[in-house]
Design a binder for this molecule. Structure first.
Ligand SMILES: [Zn+2]
Length: 204
């Protein structure tokens, strides 16, 4: 069962006595350290653990979590971090995830995604009309706002023949942003992480 916030708060009682104190920003600077060079953008999916799959130590990278790993909502923060971190950023990794189905995919997947045998990100199951009508029933005043949103859906019906196509689009979009582009010395790459094998594949 997924824990409630109260249960998670309770877990902190057990964690805090074992906690290793983290250095402050001033302490890091005094030790000759700096801001992270790499920024990770990956899916909100709780099965994706960037710290584990990339072997991260505390304090090594910035990490953003968005639906699918779409970078658009992170742009403002990336722009701020790069300036306040004194041009710290060198690499941005957009990490989508997938997974080979061991069981027959559910009908909702088959309806929405032609390549359902090898993708397992929730964004490939998002049904935009269903989300919009759900909000119309819940709060009719939200119609104008939700009608302009695509909610990060990654599906053939929205122009993507493969999950990789959406990833390539996101990398291209981020590379074209004046606040991120290569002229600023920042490289952007896209990867697929396989939930079953744990392997990371460079796509673009
Ligand atoms: Zn996902």
């Amino acid at each position: 069962m997924a824990p409630t916030s109260a249960e998670l708060f309770k877990r902190n009682e057990a964690y805090s006595p074992t906690h290793t104190p983290m250095p402050t920003i001033d302490e890091i600077i005094a030790m000759g350290g700096g801001a992270p060079k790499t920024c990770i953008i990956t899916c909100v999916d709780p099965r994706v653990h960037p710290e584990a799959l990339l072997g991260l130590q505390f304090g090594e990278t910035f990490i953003f979590r968005t639906v699918a790993g779409h970078p658009q909502s992170a742009l403002q923060d990336i722009a701020a971090l790069d300036i306040e971190g004194h041009n710290c950023l060198e690499d941005i990794m957009i990490i989508y995830h997938t997974g080979q189905h061991l069981l027959k995919p559910l009908p909702c997947v088959l309806n929405n995604w032609f390549d359902s045998a090898r993708t397992d990100c929730g964004s490939t199951r998002f049904d935009v009309p269903r989300i919009r009508s759900g909000w119309a029933e819940r709060d009719p005043s939200s119609k104008l706002q939700v009608d302009e949103m695509t909610f990060g859906a990654v599906q053939a019906r929205y122009g993507y023949d493969k999950q990789e196509d959406a990833l390539r689009d996101d990398v291209k979009w981020l590379k074209e942003q004046p606040l991120v582009r290569k002229a600023q010395g920042i490289n952007v790459k896209g990867y697929l992480y396989d939930l079953k094998s744990g392997k990371l594949q460079e796509v673009v």
